[in-house]
Write a protein that binds this ligand. Structure first.
Ligand SMILES: Cc1cc2nc3c(=O)[nH]c(=O)nc-3n(C[C@H](O)[C@H](O)[C@H](O)COP(=O)(O)OP(=O)(O)OC[C@H]3O[C@@H](n4cnc5c(N)ncnc54)[C@H](O)[C@@H]3O)c2cc1C
Ligand code: SF4
Length: 333
């Protein structure tokens, strides 16, 4: 690991001013915020990330979970994943989020990992994590060995000819389905970003993973008021039962009026280059009967544009079954 300077800014303004001196945006930048450190320190040990200065944000007052005036929830950037998953209102009214977080990592990691850090965790693509290999995401223009190499766990949705890396987060899949909003303070002031607009597709710039600019500090995430009467399910399929990233996952928020689906939000994990909301599947189901035929049709629609690589074609059928099963589980109550 290269040497670095470690600082504890006294307040958010000082943290933003210091981070704004970075040459690039947060991911890959030479001046970095550090929260739980479970992504960043990992990548520094591998020399994938080599920041010169770390700004510890753990003392900033960003660790609260609070009700919002409109009946939603405000989640501070440094709220630990375990505290969020076990929060009474989250368990009761946003249970898909609790389920998703508890399906990830391990208890020890969840005790350290934070809301903002989870939003910004980086891909587990093995070439990205090995500095002996080329990788467009790590070093733009060097190539993508995964396309002709080991790609079993990589993405089938949202890929480009420059990068096919999967977004690994479970929490983000639930937040996509819940239509969270991400709040940022930066050198130019504050702004709020709809969850679906926060992560970027790889396109020709796979090194740019989010809309963050140098100095941008994620301060909190808000959830809209919970959907009354909703049934919520997060289903995660993986190579082993715990301590493993998703091959495929589905977050479902479903409201039934009688046997008719009056509201449904769907997002997929493990298959997309970003947390993958599926308006196509939602359109198939809205106003239809909650039955296996319609659930399968929704799953077909969600994966219609999937593009398999040499080793991961199986993921397309896996993702369809994962979504159909999650929908059926939600409908069964
Ligand atoms: C062995 C292992 C297994 C795992 N398994 C899973 C899994 O199954 N599912 C899953 O979803 N995740 C899994 N994870 C990933 C884990 O969830 C993330 O490492 C964690 O959420 C990152 O949070 P952190 O606070 O530690 O982030 P950090 O490492 O502190 O930061 C991560 C990134 O976010 C930036 N950052 C942090 N806070 C802010 C902020 N407020 N504003 C702007 N930028 C910020 C940092 O600069 C850095 O770029 C696993 C991790 C490990 C090591
Ligand atoms: S898939 Fe993306 S992260 Fe993996 S090697 Fe290719 S460019 Fe790098």
């Amino acid at each position: 690991m290269n040497s670095f300077e470690f600082q504890r800014p006294a307040n958010a303004a000082a943290a933003i001013t210091a981070a704004a001196q970075a040459k690039t945006a947060q991911q890959g930048a030479d001046v970095r915020f550090i929260a739980g450190g479970t992504t960043l320190m990992d990548l520094m040990k591998l020399s994938v990330e080599t920041p010169a200065r770390l700004l510890d944000i753990n003392r900033l007052p960003l660790d609260k979970i609070e009700n919002t005036p409109d009946g939603g929830l405000k989640i501070g950037a440094t709220v630990r994943n375990s505290d969020l998953a076990n929060h009474a209102r989250v368990q009761r009214e946003y249970s898909v989020l609790s389920q998703a977080i508890l399906a990830g990592a391990s208890a020890q990691l969840r005790n350290m990992a934070t809301t903002a850090g989870n939003l910004l965790q980086r891909t587990r693509c093995m070439y990205f994590r090995d500095t002996a290999m080329a990788c467009n995401k790590r070093e733009p223009g060097t190539g993508c060995p995964a396309i002709t190499g080991s790609n079993r766990t990589l993405a089938v949705l949202g890929t480009s000819d420059q990068c096919i890396a999967t977004n690994p987060s479970d929490m983000c899949v639930a937040m996509a389905a819940l239509e969270a909003t991400i709040h940022i303070e930066g050198p130019k002031g504050s702004r709020a970003i709809a969850f679906g607009d926060f992560h970027l597709l790889p396109g020709t710039t796979p090194h740019r993973e989010t809309v963050l600019e140098p100095g941008d500090l994620v301060t909190h995430v808000t959830l809209p008021p919970p959907k009354e009467g909703s049934r919520q399910v997060y289903l995660k399929l993986r190579d082993r039962a715990s301590y493993e990233f998703a091959l495929s996952s589905a977050a479902v928020v479903l409201v039934l009026t009688g046997q008719t689906i009056s509201y449904v939000h769907i997002a997929l994990g493990g298959v997309g280059t970003k947390p993958w909301r599926s308006p196509e599947a939602e359109a198939v189901l809205t106003g239809k009967a909650a039955n296996a035929t319609n659930f399968r049709q929704a799953a077909e629609a969600a994966l219609r544009n999937a593009k398999p690589q040499s080793e991961n074609k199986f993921k397309i059928e896996l993702a369809k079954r994962c979504l159909a099963h999650a929908l059926q589980t939600a409908a069964n109550g």
